[in-house]
Design a protein around this ligand. Structure first.
Ligand SMILES: [Zn+2]
Length: 147
């Protein structure tokens, strides 16, 4: 999973990714192209943006729910994977971007912002829990060695 700073940077740029062509452009270095289910076209149609890193070249992230998926196999179907891993993602029910009214777009943006804030809050809570557990362990060690 990416760090909060990476998620924040993605979130800020993903407002441009309602557009299919822009998502498709992100897959210029995507490793799966032929004889597979997860072509760049199908990845982009399923809402994914290619977000490679040095250690994880096949990370794809939904621009809307920010769900990250990696470890793609040629037989993986992007839409089905998205629906399985993030069944409540509003992108999966979204009509074409060109058909959205202004109100519908603003409601979707509201949901996208809410998704981002939830993801960041969960990451910070998890980080805080880890720090508490580590502090308890180190204090316990300290107490154990006291006479
Ligand atoms: Zn999604």
């Amino acid at each position: 999973m990416s760090r909060p700073e990476v998620i924040a940077a993605r979130f800020l740029s993903f407002d441009q990714m309602y557009n299919y062509e822009r998502r498709l452009q992100s897959f210029s270095d995507w490793p799966f192209r032929e004889d597979c289910q997860c072509t760049p076209e199908l990845m982009a149609k399923a809402g994914f943006v290619h977000c490679p890193s040095e250690n994880e070249p096949d990370v794809a992230c939904c621009f809307y729910c920010l769900k990250e998926l990696e470890g793609w196999e040629p037989q993986d179907a992007p839409w089905a994977e998205h629906a399985k891993r993030s069944p409540d993602c509003a992108f999966l029910q979204m009509k074409s971007y060109d058909e959205l009214t202004a109100i519908e777009f603003f409601r979707l943006e509201h949901g996208r912002i809410r998704n981002y804030l939830r993801k960041m809050a969960h990451m910070k809570i998890a980080r805080f829990r880890d720090e508490v557990e580590n502090t308890i362990k180190s204090l316990q060690i300290f107490l154990d060695i006291l006479p």
